[in-house]
Design a protein around this ligand. Structure first.
Ligand code: NAD
Length: 398
């Protein structure tokens, strides 16, 4: 049977879901391309290679999401969902009804599908809601994930998954017992620059990886919930350091086994009475790779990673921003030869493309009963390593 034509969503964008299943040996690369990029892919024969998942998507229904917490990341996620062919915002959950009403008008959400945190559980009877997106302060993730699961809704939960290992385990158990899917919003797993770095490393282009450097941090303003451990569960490590931690794992394909860490508070200005300001840590992996990582709430530390291998190096800088990602690499064909092949790739895709890719992926998993690439277990693993890092730094967790 001939394959249907690829769907052109607008003049500027064609969205495809390169959903590679394990059995077919593909990698999951859901993303949005400009018309020019898409034409390039077509010329390379990629479009034909991925045509069957495209067919699935053009005929798919839209998974309905209830957005829990209408803050900064929820706004970006909802804009990402707008660009997604298989996802839709169908309900809002907020403590501020006036704000929810304004946003509901933008997304065509009926007033009857606006909930408060208190009456959230009545969402069980809302048939337009298939899934929830949990975009609340970290200490509220577990409660709302478990309540959503009890209401029979699939859960896409923001990182960090929760504030300790016990909560992560309860969330996984609740979703399993309700037979709903749980995905943690690790957007870099669905982002093409990060995936290209992983592919280059796995292809052996860099030879044996020896070491990684990575950092991510920013100068946090006083008064933010992120500085209150009761709401955040920790400082920059759980908020943005987690990007570096998670990257070392997807870049190496290994799990860390040894940890060392130092933390400090330099600015005695009242912001760091309950969480750390700076944290630098190292992790050793079974192959012997050592990753040197840093995070801060006291300064500007653009999110990047650099991977050093026997035949060359690769860096993504920035690696974790919402857009403007840039990949550089130099490597040789033989160990001992000076690196000569140069990669210099700026990613032209614009925010919220990562959030569209993430929504595409989770909706596709829900609609086709597939396991998300970043399930609850992925969040749990990071939380267990965060526990080790804090222990090594002498910091207690909630
Ligand atoms: P935010 O402060 O902008 O939004 C938080 C929302 O929670 C607001 O709507 C607020 O009204 C609501 N809320 C309910 N109870 C609250 C309470 N007791 N205190 C404070 N707010 C309360 O935060 P954000 O930056 O959108 O972060 C939300 C979640 O998303 C966090 O878990 C964060 O780690 C995650 N996040 C992820 C990314 C990403 O790129 N994936 C980026 C930023 C934040």
């Amino acid at each position: 049977m001939p394959l249907p034509p690829l769907k052109l969503l607008s003049n500027r964008h064609v969205t495809v879901d390169f959903h590679r299943t394990r059995d077919r040996g593909f990698i999951v690369v859901p993303m949005t391309f400009t018309r020019r990029e898409f034409a390039k892919l077509g010329a390379l024969g990629f479009a034909a290679r991925f045509a069957p998942p495209l067919f699935a998507q053009t005929t798919q229904r839209q998974t309905g999401y209830a957005i829990i917490g209408l803050g900064r990341i929820a706004d970006i996620f909802m804009r990402g969902v707008k660009d997604s062919p298989n996802s839709k915002v169908t309900a809002l959950v907020s403590g501020h009804r006036d704000k929810a009403l304004r946003i509901a008008a933008d997304y065509g959400v009926p007033e009857s599908s606006i909930y408060s945190y208190d009456d959230f559980d009545s969402i069980v009877s809302n048939k337009t809601v298939d899934a929830v997106y949990v975009a609340l302060p970290n200490s509220m993730h577990a409660d709302f994930t478990i309540r959503a699961a009890k209401a029979g809704k699939h859960v896409l939960c923001e990182k960090p998954m929760a504030i300790n290992v016990g909560e992560c385990e309860s969330m996984i158990a609740a979703c399993k017992s309700a037979s709903v899917k749980l995905m943690i919003a690790y957007r870099c797993h669905y982002e093409s620059t990060n995936l290209k770095a992983v592919d280059l490393i796995r292809s052996g282009a860099l030879g044996q990886v020896q070491a990684i450097e990575t950092a991510f941090g920013f100068n946090e303003r006083a008064g933010e919930w992120r500085l209150d451990k009761k709401l955040s569960g920790g400082g920059p490590l759980v908020d943005v350091g987690i990007y570096s931690l998670n990257a070392t794992r997807y870049l190496t394909g290994e799990e860390p086994v040894s940890f060392s860490a130092f933390s400090s508070v330099i600015d005695q200005d009242g912001r760091f009475t309950s969480v750390e300001e700076n944290l630098s840590w190292t992790m050793k992996f079974p192959s012997g790779v050592v990753a040197s990582c840093a995070t801060t709430y006291g300064g500007w530390m653009g999110g990047f990673f650099k991977v050093h291998g026997a035949k060359g190096w690769i860096d993504a800088d920035p690696a974790f921003n919402y857009d403007g990602l840039h990949l550089h690499a130099q490597y040789s064909t033989d160990v001992g030869e000076f690196p000569h092949t140069v990669v210099d790739e700026a990613n032209p895709q614009k925010n919220p493309y990562q959030f569209t890719a993430q929504a595409n992926h989770f909706s596709n998993c829900i609609q086709n009963n597939l396991e998300p690439k970043t399930p609850g277990e992925e969040g749990l693993r990071d939380m267990s390593y965060i526990t080790e890092i804090y222990r090594a730094a002498g910091i207690s967790m909630l």
